[in-house]
Design a binder for this molecule. Structure first.
Ligand code: SF4
Length: 186
């Protein structure tokens, strides 16, 4: 099955890598996509699966505060993290994550490679190497990526994760390159 022209390779990316319009007010520094990352993945003929934007889903585009964009980014990120941790929001994230785990299970069942998951460092929701806690960028994962990682582990699935940052293009590309190299070796 599926021995047609498809590459059978998948990369799962944070929503805003493909759509910067989802980012919280005043923190998008690109117009539409994180082009360098998207083009590099496309060059490998890897299909791109876009995750939902957890903050948009839980808090809306204005993250429940029209004036949020006026705060310093780390302060606003801290407020957003606290909002994301409300019980109703965690439940909503659990439901979203179930759908993602279903997809990864299906792809793996049929022999597709899930090359990795790419999050957004510093984000209170999608950070992988760094996130925001108490007005600081610290090592650690965002609320959504942590839940996703736990759900995958619980399901017996290991998928490599990296974080990128639109303000650190070369470093982000280096991380992606390392991820692609590991995929070749796997
Ligand atoms: S980092 Fe995550 S929560 Fe923030 S805009 Fe991107 S997808 Fe949405």
């Amino acid at each position: 099955m599926f021995e047609d022209n498809r590459s059978k390779r998948i990369m799962i990316v944070a929503h805003c890598i493909l759509n910067q319009n989802s980012i919280s007010d005043a923190s998008a520094n690109l117009r539409s996509q994180f082009t360098e990352i998207v083009e590099r993945i496309m060059k490998e003929n890897i299909g791109i699966v876009q995750l939902p934007c957890p903050e948009l889903q839980c808090l809306g585009l204005d993250r429940e505060d029209r004036l949020g964009g006026m705060r310093p980014v780390l302060e606003e990120n801290t407020r957003i993290r606290e909002s994301m941790l409300r019980e109703g929001n965690l439940k909503l994230l659990e439901r979203e994550i179930e759908k993602i785990v279903f997809q990864t299970t299906e792809y793996r069942k049929h022999g597709f490679e899930i090359t990795g998951i790419i999050g957004i460092n510093r984000s209170p929701s999608c950070g992988v190497e760094t996130t925001t806690v108490k007005n600081e960028e610290v090592e650690g994962t965002g609320v959504f990526m942590e839940m996703l990682s736990e759900a995958l582990t619980k399901d017996g699935q290991t998928i490599r994760m990296i974080g990128v940052k639109t303000g650190e293009i070369q470093e982000s590309l280096n991380r992606l390159e390392a991820l692609l190299k590991k995929a070749y070796k796997a």
